[in-house]
Design a protein around this ligand. Sequence first.
Ligand SMILES: *Cc1c(COP(=O)(O)O)cnc(C)c1O
Length: 426
Amino acid sequence: MHFENTLKFARSLDAADALAKYRDEFHFPQVNGRQVIYFTGNSLGLQPKRTHDYIDEVMADWADLAVEGHFHAKRPWWDYHERLAAPMAKIVGAKTEEVCAMNTLTVNLHLLMVTFYRPTDKRYKIICEEKAFPSDQYMLQSQVRHHGLDPDDAIVEVRKRKGEHHWRTEDVLRAIEETGDQLALVLIGGVNYYNGQVFDMPAITKAGREVGAQVGWDLAHAAGNIELRLHDWDVDFAAWCSYKYMNSGPGNASGIFVHERHLNKKGINRFEGWWGTQKETRFLMKPEFEPPASADAWQLSNPPVLSLAPYLASLQMFDEVGMDALIEKRKSIVAYLEYILGEIDKETSGSFEIITPKDRGCQLSVFLHGQGKPLFDYLMEHGVIVDWREPNVIRLAPAPFYCSYEDMYRFGQILKQGIREQAKAR
Ligand SMILES: *Cc1c(COP(=O)(O)O)cnc(C)c1O
């Protein structure tokens, strides 16, 4: 595609952007009296303006109806979570009954491990990526110890090759093959939080299942970002959070996926609670647990309606726009950002490099040569919200819902100025 590093050109892309009108649907922080350029939608998405109405509705129903709200609220609370299933299923490529909004991400991964990590003497190993997101590492290690096993023996980390910034699919596939009938589980972050790499989920899932392992994905950085086909890829289970690309608010609820073939299975190992039993008979308060043939069977408690309300608001926006349109804009705005970075790099004679491979979603991770932290501080002071990862990486995620092409152009100008001022100061 032909790009130009000019304000006029950036504005022409915005003028042609069908999603441009959604920018006004979000609240932006201000720095120096101006809307920020927000690159951290991969960490905490901006607040949609309509979120307020969804929360206010619950607050009003609670005030007016109190306990009666469970059945008589505008959107009754006892099955509030069911409204999230269909739009969530579309985002992750699942059947409606395969997903459920509940708990938070790390909690859900633990609950899913109870079902999907059943080590035996022979088959007990887990494959994950080296330096997985810390919560995932702690989760895996503690699960392994819970079964009386040694994490150093049970957890097999797939490494990047020396001098490379990304994992090679062939290396993941080889690890799966080599671990073979000792392999109980593959659990990897579908989009890596650090370098922004998208793993080849269909190929890895297929390989894992072929050696008889379960395959799960942590989709924290994938849900609402890239195309997912969890059902068709035959993934066993997955979980994601909703506050990153899905704009549901800080620490908000997670979603889970459990493949159809595991639903309605007798004798499946699972931690259970009263919201996992069939809703028709739940209030008979019977001693027997009767799970529905859906991922709802993994629910424990009655749903946290005040946190599902903003999640529902956001899902309805995704439903309006559709992942196809979001992905199309995401590809184009990331391509424009990469082009801008290339231009600025030329003008500042090689100040940084992009370490994100071509298999990518919304995020570009940029390794800075030299300037580091002071440049990050400069960007923040000039209204560019990015994040910093040791040793010298900034992550840029131009979320297609609310970032504009003009943002990319303006960011380039601020970056160039920042690099020049740092050079002068040295
Ligand atoms: C963001 C993120 C988490 C966060 O977990 P919470 O339980 O929501 O705090 C976990 N894993 C990965 C890969 C993440 O990117």
